[in-house]
Design a protein around this ligand. Structure first.
Ligand code: FES
Length: 236
């Protein structure tokens, strides 16, 4: 991705800054990183505009970290052009620290908040707090996954004897339909579902990942059955 350009350039510049006789090379790398940061920021703004509120909050802090890094590297470049190499290196290392903070939050957005590689969005912002009626418990086949809708969200529903397990249906890897997956048991005899697309395996009790390629837990729901026999769910 585009982010690799400024990150790669600036990390390389930091390595060269630790070596003697590399002034011109590290100056060129800092400048190249700044040039690469411009399209990265523009695509970041476009991505950010499509996120929901919780993601946008983290996105703003992520942007603040990377903006601070860009400003520090700009100051570093100016200092280097003025021949103030020690100041240039100091600004560069400060910029790298700010960059790492921003990159960490960018990773959190992508892999944990479903803005990128993870498609298992946290559902709390989509599902109001409290219990929600889902369907009649008796209509669920035993041991066979089905899908049910809760508002806009598709859910994976598996009845296992007296227990009912409910997960988000879109796989956290690339949004494969879990209700079409195989039901298996893992080494601890826990019931799991295997995604039909690339084989990610999740425990149905809590959505935890048993096998990748998924890296993020599948969002899960608590369940209960009312006296009238209605299955109710609420997000964990
Ligand atoms: S979409 Fe489920 S493993 Fe890839």
């Amino acid at each position: 991705p585009l982010t690799d350009v400024p990150i790669g350039m600036w990390m390389s510049a930091a390595v060269l800054d630790l070596m003697p006789g590399t002034r011109r090379a590290s100056q060129a790398l800092v400048a190249a990183g700044l040039a690469g940061a411009v399209p990265t920021v523009l695509t970041g703004i476009a991505d950010w505009s499509a996120l929901h509120r919780e993601q946008q909050r983290v996105g703003l802090v992520h942007a603040a970290g990377t903006a601070a890094a860009s400003m520090l590297y700009s100051a570093s470049l100016v200092a280097r052009y003025q021949g103030r190499d020690a100041a240039g290196r100091a600004f560069g290392f400060a910029g790298l620290s700010a960059l790492f903070a921003g990159v960490y939050l960018g990773g959190h957005l992508a892999f944990r908040q479903a803005a990128g590689a993870s498609h298992a969005d946290q559902l709390a912002h989509l599902v109001p707090l409290g219990w929600h009626d889902l369907c009649a418990a008796e209509e669920l086949p035993d041991g066979w996954p089905v899908t049910r809708r809760l508002g806009y969200i598709s859910l994976f529903v598996l009845r296992d004897g007296d227990e009912v397990h409910v997960l988000a249906d879109r796989c956290s890897h690339l949004a494969g339909p879990l209700h079409q997956g195989r039901i298996v048991t893992d080494d601890n005899a826990d019931t799991c579902v295997v995604c039909p697309w690339h084989g990610s395996t999740f425990r149905v009790a809590d959505g935890s990942v048993v096998h990748g390629p998924a890296t993020a837990r599948q969002p899960s729901f608590e369940t209960r059955v009312t006296e009238e026999g209605t299955l109710q769910v609420r997000p964990v």
